[in-house]
Ligand binder design. Sequence first.
Ligand code: IMP
Ligand code: MG
Length: 182
Amino acid sequence: MKKTYENIERILISKDELSQRVKELGAQITKDFEGEEVIVVGVLKGSVLFMTDLIREIDLPMDIDFMVVSSYEGSTVSSGNVKIIKDVNIDVAGKNVIIVEDIIDSGRTMHSLKELFEVRDCKVFKICTLLDKKERRKIEIDADYVGFDVPNEFVVGYGLDYDGKYRNLEDIGVLKPEIYTK
Ligand code: IMP
Ligand code: MG
């Protein structure tokens, strides 16, 4: 076991399960947008590993862009104020936009981003999230593409962090609660 795994209680989703599901999502998006071009927008930083794997499974002409939003500051509970730190550079009016997120928790981030893109007159706006923690939803929001539903536990790895760490794990694991309660 790698040293970076020492604070992981258990593996929730293995690297093989991740790559299989990412293939399926890519194939589904390819089918849904047949004959179209897409703009894939990743929400930094958590979505980076998922996004780079996902776009290689999407067989469509595309461009990519990134946003930085903030809601979490070294805490495992969403603070609820979503701030746009970095916006997309591409003009998305009339374009098919797929926003890629690591996890939907309270739903506040995606709810705000959806409202933001609605006024930008995209042709189509879709949400693709690797993980969905539906139990914790505070605002109603449904993703169009969901990799995995996850239980109400704090998960890290494959891009997801706790206090900036664990993004480089190949699998998704549940963090030992003593790490964030101490
Ligand atoms: P929401 O606005 O509450 O839906 O928050 C979504 C953001 O919270 C995600 O993009 C993550 O950055 C963070 N987040 C929520 N749950 C987890 C988790 O279990 N592990 C790591 N990050 C999480
Ligand atoms: Mg995030």
